[in-house]
Design a protein around this ligand. Structure first.
Ligand SMILES: *Cc1c(COP(=O)(O)O)cnc(C)c1O
Length: 366
């Protein structure tokens, strides 16, 4: 039995006609940049996140870059973040000229450990960028408290956590702003690249809005040095069709996660731990187990999709060697990188497929 890590074809088949019709509206209008489709999606995502404002952007990465630029973060500034994340988190900080400062993770949730953030704050620190990894929000209350005391901005990297909650609040709602990605493998995926920034800060919204389009206001007068961070209306069209299904699809993932949890119970496989404060959207179902690398090879050889998120923590990436945060500076992230792997958890997965995944792992380990 073949079990892919993610299968987007089954989902697309259920919405194909609607997506094509909506894209046709964009094509017939020939409003190929910006326009009503993008604005409609911005309104809808602001609603989902309980935020006043939303800005469509070209990717999750550009959501982060635009947020940093609009908050005036750049050369000589430091931004505290987690080393256990996708590259874009740290890459965006470095790309605006600031210094990523990596603080270790909580070994249970894999999110940034708030208890050690304070010790990393210096006179140069301007922001904290927590990541809501695998669909579970970081422990935001202590993060907001520490950031508030030190007057730091909080940029939520919510790329993997759209509509996830922490104490009833939505991802993106708590920080200064929240950044989302519509990369096709995210819970709300486009048909190409796309992203969104949400905020409740009117002044920041205005800056994000201008910065998205070359810092231009009015036309051909450039107040800031911005970029082209615009969201394509064809992406907005597809996302508008998908958005009403988001909660059902995430519920499907939670159901599959619960099924795995039950099947792995009592085994050596450590299943994801979701805090009582959180509802996860399970962008990934990540287990921790002995002989990880052998299990990955065995699953791949048996037609079962799996992957490692992430094999090398950011502080040990070659491109960040100049930061001088070497081996041993984030031991929990380093350990997790050697022991975790992600299993298929997409909503269309069947019980039989999940049984096969679990049996293949447990047979191999026994
Ligand atoms: C996917 C992702 C991003 C980047 O999003 P893109 O849309 O691919 O640019 C940033 N941070 C995290 C944690 C992600 O998972």
């Amino acid at each position: 039995m073949q079990v892919p890590l993610l299968d987007l074809k089954a989902q697309y088949a259920t919405i194909k006609e609607e997506v094509l019709a909506k894209i046709n509206q964009v094509l017939d209008s020939q409003r190929c940049i910006g326009g009503p489709m993008v604005e409609e999606l911005e309104c809808a995502i602001a609603g989902v996140c309980n935020c006043k404002y939303a800005i469509g952007v070209s990717s999750g990465t550009d959501a982060l870059v635009n947020s940093l630029m609009s908050l005036g973060i750049g050369e000589g500034d430091e931004v505290i973040t987690t080393p256990f994340t996708f590259f874009a988190t740290a890459g965006s900080i470095a790309r605006v000229g600031a210094v990523p400062v990596f603080v270790d993770i909580d070994p249970v949730t894999y999110n940034i450990n708030p208890a050690i953030i304070e010790a990393a704050i210096t006179k140069k620190t301007k922001a904290v960028m927590p990541v809501h990894l695998f669909g579970q929000m970081a422990d935001m209350d202590p993060i907001m408290q520490i950031a508030g005391q030190a007057s730091l901005a909080v940029i939520e990297d919510a790329a993997q956590a759209i509509s996830a909650t922490y104490k009833g609040k939505k991802a993106g709602q708590i920080g200064t702003c929240g950044c989302f990605s519509f990369f096709p493998s995210k819970n709300l995926g486009g048909i190409g690249d796309g992203g969104m920034i949400v905020t409740n800060d009117e002044q920041l919204y205005h800056r994000l809005f201008i910065m998205r389009n070359h810092g231009m206001e009015p036309k051909y007068y450039h107040k800031y040095i911005g970029g082209n961070f615009r969201l394509d209306p064809i992406q907005a069209a597809a996302l508008l069709v998908k958005l009403p299904h988001l909660d059902d699809w995430s519920e499907g993932r939670r159901k599959n996660a619960a099924y795995y949890d039950k099947k792995f119970k009592g085994s050596v496989v450590q299943t994801p731990v979701i805090s009582d404060d959180c509802v996860s959207i399970y962008n990934q179902y990540v287990i921790r187990l002995p002989r990880r690398d052998e299990v990955v090879k065995h699953l791949q050889a048996n037609g079962i999709g799996c992957d490692i998120y992430y094999p090398v923590p950011m502080h040990l990436q070659e491109c960040f060697a100049y930061l001088g945060q070497g081996v041993g500076t984030c031991p929990e992230a380093e350990k997790a990188a050697k022991e975790v792997m992600a299993l298929p958890v997409y909503p269309e997965l069947t019980d039989a497929m999940q049984d096969h995944v679990v049996d293949t792992i447990l047979d191999f380990l026994s």
